[in-house]
Design a protein around this ligand. Structure first.
Ligand code: EPS
Length: 390
């Protein structure tokens, strides 16, 4: 079974990621993983922190001479900001001045500050926000990079694009092609495939910035080359759409998830909602004439592209602060402002890719198993043969 965990505070010395279950002998492209981290750091509307960090993975275990060896893979991403926070975030006791220097007691509506502080009985919300910060997603993208390398080995690829920022959104029913997704450049400001719309999205971010406000939006993750048969209708927790929904929902600021055109079809008739089936004799394969289902029927991948949309709320750290209450004095105050971003939708798409890749790689390994990548490949090829012979 594939599993992953992350650890680390936003302004601690480093982030840590631990991945278990990747078979032995998978070649590791170190540059690819660092490039994934770089993609996460990009996007217009990011705050000052991204100018400080240059995220890179240091492998601590599980990889030898360029290949996995089957043992747990641990990775570390150092926080370059750490020297500025050494005392404030020190593991050891410090003077009371340093301990209270960056204390947060006026919780931001929409953030974890208040619920987390009350739940964990903290009087300083920093003990909560340091971990709830989206900085944690750098470690997830390192895990996702490994999952992507595993999937690529079997011809499966995962990409994403921004489909809305504020009021600027792609036309209803718009489906980006794989070529359009591949053509998104690293320096693309908002990671949208429609150039005119990209400019509108940039303007939405600039307007929000000018107003001391923030802006949300949507991204779509697309996976191609996914074989028919991942996930299962047999149990509530084995349905792949449910697993993907959880994986995207737990990306910071995501408040809704859609598989394929799930939102639209809720308002359509059945005859307009489903994807008709056809057969290609040459390739000996069934396929669908459209893909409103987002590549999943009955919780099982159906061989079409897997498409998942994440909806992000605007980030809750606002210069134009909302009303709040001081946790200590209980007096009304405006919420505290911390350094933050105006918009993280482009970065969230990259994080979404990682989460989707991890779910797909997990489901792939559950079906095909294997302690070594050679064993996984043999099992996979046997299954593909079975599909062709059906
Ligand atoms: C982030 C790092 C954070 C924020 C942002 C995402 O760095 P800092 O708090 O030092 O500015 O830029 O975090 C949040 C939006 C949040 O709400 O915590 C990152 O690496 O992605």
């Amino acid at each position: 079974m594939l599993s992953f965990r992350t650890a680390g505070e936003s302004h601690g010395p480093a982030l840590i990621a631990l991945v278990e279950g990747i078979p032995a002998h998978l070649p590791i492209d170190f540059e690819f993983i660092d490039h994934e981290l770089k993609r996460r750091q990009g996007g217009y509307g990011r705050g000052g922190r991204m100018k400080i960090e240059k995220d890179q993975v240091r492998f601590l275990s599980g990889v030898r001479h360029g290949k996995t060896i089957g043992s747990p893979i641990s990775m570390m991403i150092e926080n370059r900001d750490w020297p500025n926070w050494e005392e404030i975030m020190s593991a050891r006791d410090v003077t009371s001045d340093a301990a209270t220097k960056r204390r947060l007691t006026r919780p931001r509506p929409g953030h974890t500050d208040l619920a987390g502080s009350l739940k964990f009985n903290h009087t300083d919300a920093r003990n909560v926000l340091e971990r709830s910060s989206a900085r944690e997603t750098a470690a997830r993208v390192a895990c996702g990079g490994l999952a992507k390398l595993f999937l690529q080995y079997f011809g499966i690829e995962v990409l994403s694009h921004t489909t809305a920022i504020g009021k600027a959104r792609v036309p209803a029913g718009f489906l980006a092609t794989w070529d359009q997704l591949e053509a998104i450049r690293d320096d693309e400001l908002v990671r949208c495939v429609l150039p005119d719309l990209s400019q509108d999205m940039v303007r939405e971010i600039e307007k929000a910035q000018k107003d001391g406000d923030t802006v949300g939006g949507t991204f779509e993750v697309v996976a191609r080359g996914v074989p028919l048969g991942l996930g299962s209708h047999t149990g509530w927790d084995t349905r792949l759409d449910g697993r993907l929904a959880q994986a995207i929902m737990c990306v910071n600021a995501v408040k809704a998830v859609e598989i394929g055109q799930g939102v639209r079809v809720a308002y359509d008739r059945g005859s307009q909602a489903h994807d008709e089936i056809a057969y290609e004799a040459g390739q000996r394969r069934f396929y669908h004439l459209s893909n409103r289902a987002g590549g999943i029927e009955g919780g099982i991948t159906n061989g079409e592209e897997v498409r998942v949309v994440g909806y992000l709320k605007p980030i809750p750290t606002l210069k134009k602060a909302l009303r709040s209450v001081d946790m200590i004095s209980k007096e009304p105050f405006l919420a505290q402002h911390e350094r933050s971003d105006t918009c993280t939708v482009p970065a969230a798409g990259v994080i979404g890719e990682s989460m989707v890749a991890l779910v797909l790689a997990g489901a792939f390994l559950e079906k095909f198993g294997g302690d070594s990548i050679e064993e996984t490949r043999r099992n996979y090829e046997g299954y593909l043969q079975q599909l062709r012979e059906y």
